[in-house]
Design a protein around this ligand. Structure first.
Ligand SMILES: [Zn+2]
Length: 468
């Protein structure tokens, strides 16, 4: 903990001042974190946002909409609120660029948060309490109210500094991400409102990183949820015969376990990250003939079923996996059938892999990387996110999109008890976004001293401004 400075007021001779000073001293002792008055203001706006309860199921989105609209008004942004579905407002801010015909940048975040188990929280999840280390405890502090407010604080600062973006910047706050986003991001991304924005690049949420490197995500695994049903002859428990349902299913379970091992071994050996392999887990098994107290023990059941959660990286050959399912995991020849609960696709709407390039072929990526480095940060190797977020709707339309939440040295606590983000980390993230927005929305500063990176930026800037 940093040494506590004794406020000057503590030396006053009047009782009242002594009393007030004592409170001040106590406050500082309690918070321990040294924040400037401006930083305190910024952090308190974040806390205010966190205190608005938008928890599932059935969040009331109107108070949060009112709060955001007020923020936009204070900053001086063009504001639009659209309800594609009644009760599920999308808030859209625009900072008009000097050349509004250029492809714009969209900063997306979701306003909803997942449920909490109050019993496990050391501070109430909607009180946004900051402890002595500066950790702000609240549902949504990492996922992802931090990012939404950081976008707005960044714009507030850049406007105050007199920055004028070349291309327009849009900031969207969408509902329902945590329940799939069908009534939120999906409606927005496929609306005429979105089309009018002429979006060239999207930033959305990523994950905290436990070390000093910021994590960045350029694709997401797709979900296949399915179950296999096995049928066979029922029979006495004492009799061994071929074709019993459970035996048919067991052969499938063995084949799937072998496939799972082949993928998991690559992770264990360090050859691949979790995001780069196909994961498959058996999530339920049902079979047997139930009795009020258990199962009948001398009957072999005529049906058995197993459910699977499978996640596929966007670069995989899904036809090959489908073939495995048809020929080895659930072949009709063994009296097996399967049914999908969900079957996501790995390609975008044009049939290409739904990933954003993270090399110099993508000027947005180069600009982002350069900006993070300029802000004193480093990026970890780009990853495939294991879950699904709203940003898939941008990638599906062929729009370059990256998942990025600037939180370093932070435990990953999204959807967990006691989710928190440190105030200093939050403030540092705003500095990173400032650099990113300056880089991706230009204009490039021609007065910069000549350097190889400047030359490269100049070229990229030209490319990005003319071709994208
Ligand atoms: Zn999220």
């Amino acid at each position: 903990m940093a040494p506590v400075q004794r406020p000057r007021g503590c030396s006053s001779t009047t009782l009242l001042l002594l009393f007030l000073s004592a409170i001040l001293c106590f406050e500082q002792l309690v918070t321990g974190l040294q924040l400037s008055p401006k930083e305190e203001e910024v952090v308190s706006r974040f806390q205010e946002y966190l205190k608005i309860d938008t928890v599932h199921p059935g969040p009331n989105y109107y108070p949060v909409t009112e709060f955001l609209v007020e923020q936009g008004k204070q900053i001086g942004l063009d504001t639009k609120v659209v309800e594609y579905i009644q009760g599920k407002p999308v808030v859209l801010f625009t900072w008009q660029g000097m050349e509004p015909s250029l492809p714009s940048v969209l900063l997306n975040s979701h306003t909803d948060v997942v449920p909490v188990d109050h019993a496990h929280w050391k501070h109430p999840p909607f009180a946004a309490k900051m402890d002595q280390e500066g950790n702000i405890y609240a549902r949504g502090s990492q996922d992802m109210k931090c990012v939404g407010m950081q976008y707005l604080e960044t714009i507030r600062n850049l406007m105050a500094a007199g920055f004028k973006p070349q291309r327009s910047i849009h900031v969207s706050f969408v509902p329902d991400e945590e329940i799939g986003g069908d009534d939120g991001a999906k409606k927005f991304y496929y609306s005429s409102d979105f089309k009018e924005l002429n979006v060239g690049f999207v930033l959305d949420e990523g994950l905290a990183s436990q070390d000093g490197n910021y994590r960045v995500f350029h694709g997401e695994k797709t979900i296949w949820w399915f179950y296999i049903t096995a049928k066979g002859h029922p029979g006495h428990g004492s009799w061994m015969f071929d074709g019993m349902a459970l035996e048919n299913l067991r052969i499938s379970l063995d084949a799937i376990a072998e496939f799972r091992k082949s993928q998991f071994d690559k992770v264990k050996s360090g050859e691949k990250a979790q995001g780069e392999v196909i994961s498959i887990n058996n999530v339920y098994l049902t079979a047997g003939t139930p009795t009020p107290t258990g199962f009948v023990m001398n009957i072999q059941p005529s049906q058995a079923e197993a459910g699977f959660d499978m996640r596929i990286p966007p670069v995989e050959d899904v036809d090959a996996i489908q073939k495995l399912l048809d020929e080895e995991w659930a072949p009709a020849s063994r009296n097996l059938t399967y049914r999908f609960i969900q079957k996501g696709k790995v390609t975008d709407n044009f049939g290409n892999p739904a990933v954003t390039a993270v090399d110099d072929s993508n000027p947005w990526w180069a600009l982002l990387k350069e900006a993070v480095e300029k802000a004193g940060g480093t990026l970890a190797k780009p990853e495939i996110l294991m879950g699904a977020t709203d940003v898939r709707h941008a990638r599906d339309q062929g729009i370059p999109a990256l998942g990025f939440s600037p939180m370093s040295y932070t435990p990953i606590l999204l959807h967990d008890h006691n989710e928190f983000l440190n105030a200093k980390e939050y403030l540092k993230g705003i500095k990173v976004y400032e650099q990113i927005l300056v880089s991706v929305t230009g204009p490039r500063d021609q007065s910069e001293e000549p350097s190889s990176s400047k030359t490269r930026s100049g070229v990229l800037s030209e490319t990005i401004h003319t071709e994208l």
